[in-house]
Design a protein around this ligand. Structure first.
Ligand code: TMP
Length: 211
């Protein structure tokens, strides 16, 4: 059964680990599933992602950033997401359009109409069936991250990341039927159980019981 699930959250929220755990769980149940990450997921997208995260020797305006994230996304939607949904697979994407709304809209201060219109152009209006938000205080998220080098976004100040976190909560409040907001400070196992509760429901009750 085709299902489009996205994971969202600030830095160090644990969403990547949960996206992977859900992918493993579905694969174990022999449910056809694909796991993707934004920016990236295609050959073109991976190149764009390197610029977005690591370009240090050139200025990148917020508008260029918005367009590059959506260039990567347009490729991913056309090349991978839509064909897999058409084939009846579950598609899990670690970050999607909501990341752009909170990072480029709330974080960078770009006009929201412009951000939404650009997202819409890149995706052709494809909206997830379920978006999981792992909500973790900014300081806690950064304390969890142990990275050798900080990318352009990790180098932003705490106020930027606070705006991102608050932006997520506003989006979730505005569309409660799409969003599953989880306190990301709970144990990994408990979070996985909550996610599985919702996903198995959407899949019509498969494998209910185990986390
Ligand atoms: P990640 O690979 O660690 O998730 O890093 C991706 C970074 O890019 C993260 O800091 C969030 C940021 N980002 C945006 O600013 N806008 C977007 O649309 C997406 C997908 C990610």
């Amino acid at each position: 059964m085709a299902l489009f699930i996205t994971f969202e959250g600030g830095e160090g929220s644990g969403k990547t680990a949960q996206a992977r755990a859900l992918h493993r769980k579905l694969a174990r149940l022999n449910i056809p599933v694909v796991l993707l990450h934004e920016p990236g997921g295609t050959s073109l997208g991976r190149r764009i992602a390197r610029w977005l995260k690591w370009v240090q020797d050139a200025e990148m305006s917020p508008l260029s950033e918005l367009l590059l994230f959506n260039a990567s996304r347009a490729q991913l939607v056309a090349e991978v997401i839509r064909p897999n949904l058409v084939n009846g697979k579950v598609v899990i994407c670690d970050r999607y359009t909501d990341s752009t709304i909170v990072y480029q809209g709330y974080g960078r201060g770009l006009d929201m109409e412009l951000v939404r219109a650009t997202n819409g152009a890149a995706t052709g209006g494809l909206v997830p069936d379920l978006t999981v938000l792992l909500d973790v205080p900014v300081e806690e998220g950064f304390a969890r991250k142990c990275v050798k080098a900080r990318d352009r976004f990790e180098q932003e100040d705490i106020a930027f990341h606070q705006r991102v976190g608050e932006g997520y909560l506003k989006l979730a409040q505005a569309e409660p039927e799409r969003w599953l907001v989880i306190d990301g400070c709970q144990s990994r196992a408990r979070i996985a159980q909550i996610i599985w509760g919702r996903v198995s429901q959407l899949l019509g009750g498969v494998g209910v019981g185990g986390a």
